[in-house]
Design a binder for this molecule. Structure first.
Ligand SMILES: *Cc1c(COP(=O)(O)O)cnc(C)c1O
Length: 405
């Protein structure tokens, strides 16, 4: 039978939009990884120094995690077979939740299929029509989507601006609805840290629920990677702590930590929990092993920060705009190179790739128009030699393209 797709034109408007992106130069092709996610990897047949992964501690290939995954697969098979609320809660899922709750020193934890599902599922479950969400303008897309799904009124404060957040909280102080104050712990595009102590003060002053998304801080900040709540020592002041298992933890998933009541409520009401199948046992086992590694191998985090300090200093020294003035300055292993124009950022990224360094170009709508950038991410497993090579290529290509002088 002949294919009929070509004759149907209902989706042609999508092709038009893709043509627009091609004209703007921000169209991309997916880079395909052919070997493990590592400091040096093969993408599209080319060996490159990889500054593009969230594999902060190198756990994607850690022997203890691999072993845990294989053992769980042999013991329990490859899938859980159902959603958590039917027959898809395995003992290993409960063990992981208990492990994370102990690690974070909270009453309870619920694991979701991803950090995205954790944020979107939680915000949309705990708030509703008539409630208010006061949210940092650079919060992650999953928070924004969760807020929209909740049908609460959304009020956005200027990035990290606690005084502005207070104005917004004041505006709704006499309204009967619940209020949620929400911030990323570490912001994924700029690598700066949310002003948690000031936000916690506000939440207490105005009786708001305090929620923090620690996706990029888990395994990176705080004692043994306990995140920004530990980093700022605001234990007991954040009602809803979100983390991911997909970045430093090296596997896949998201979680919410908080009171027993909160977690029981989410078991009953969070839609990704109710309507989407739970993790394969191998993933749960991998994550359990990862939390052991966080406790047992603190040298990984030390190496991550040593690499981060070295790379940031050198990168700034080459003359790149790594934040400041109109963009925040990174305080974490994420360091953006601000370019401005989307097309130039994408071209710079392509040229670097051709010369053996992978650092993705990021443009609108992921970041604001005019703030296109390359985003570099350090890991614990990059060698000094790899970093020096990457800097040499950045310097050469940056000069050739007139991005630095
Ligand atoms: C990556 C990220 C998420 C999503 O986590 P996944 O586990 O990849 O779905 C949520 N919030 C922030 C701030 C992130 O950077």
């Amino acid at each position: 039978m002949a294919t009929t797709t070509a004759s149907r034109s209902q989706l042609s408007y999508l092709a038009d939009q893709m043509n627009d992106l091609k004209q703007k130069g921000t169209h991309f092709k997916l880079r395909v990884l052919e070997d493990p996610q590592a400091p040096e990897s093969t993408f599209d047949g080319k060996r490159v120094i990889n500054l593009a992964s969230n594999n902060y501690l190198g756990l994607t290939t850690h022997p203890k995690l691999r072993e845990a995954a294989l053992e769980a697969t042999n013991k329990y098979g490859v899938g859980s077979g159902a959603v958590r609320t039917v027959s898809g809660t395995m003992k290993i899922h409960m063990e992981l939740e208990e492990k994370i709750a102990r690690f974070k020193n909270v009453e309870a934890c619920v694991v979701f299929q991803s950090g995205f599902a954790a944020n979107a599922g939680t915000v949309s479950a705990i708030l509703g029509k008539g409630d208010f969400i006061v949210s940092d303008e650079l919060n992650h897309a999953s928070i924004i989507d969760g807020a929209r799904l909740s049908r609460a009124t959304i009020k956005v404060f200027r990035h990290k601006d606690a005084a502005h957040a207070e104005e917004l909280l004041k505006e709704v102080a006499n309204e009967p609805g619940h209020k949620l104050l929400i911030s990323d712990g570490v912001f994924s595009m700029d690598g700066d840290i949310g002003p948690l102590p000031a936000l916690c003060d506000l939440a207490e002053k105005y009786g708001a629920i305090m929620m923090v998304d620690d996706a990029h801080s888990s395994g990176v900040l705080g004692r043994n990677g306990r995140g920004t709540i530990d980093h700022f020592n605001v234990h007991g002041r954040v009602d809803v702590q979100v983390g991911t298992l997909s970045k430093a933890i090296g596997a896949l998933g998201g979680y919410v930590c908080g009171s027993r009541d909160l977690i029981d409520f989410l078991y009953h009401r969070a839609r990704p929990f109710l309507f989407s199948t739970s993790h394969p046992p191998s993933v749960a086992a991998t994550c359990i092993a990862a939390f052991d590694v966080l406790e047992q191998e603190p040298q990984l985090m030390e190496k991550l920060w040593e690499n981060t300090r070295f790379f940031k200093k050198e990168l700034g020294g080459l003359g790149f705009n790594i934040g400041g003035k109109t963009t925040p300055v990174s305080e974490t292993p994420i360091t953006p190179i601000i370019i401005g124009e989307g097309r130039l950022a994408m071209e710079f990224s392509r040229e670097l790739f051709n010369e053996g360094v992978f650092t993705p170009g990021i443009a609108f709508p992921t970041v604001a128009e005019g703030k296109a950038r390359l985003r570099t991410i350090m890991t614990a497993t990059h060698t000094r030699q790899q970093l020096e090579k990457a800097l040499e290529v950045l310097n050469k290509v940056g000069k050739r393209m007139g991005i630095i002088s």
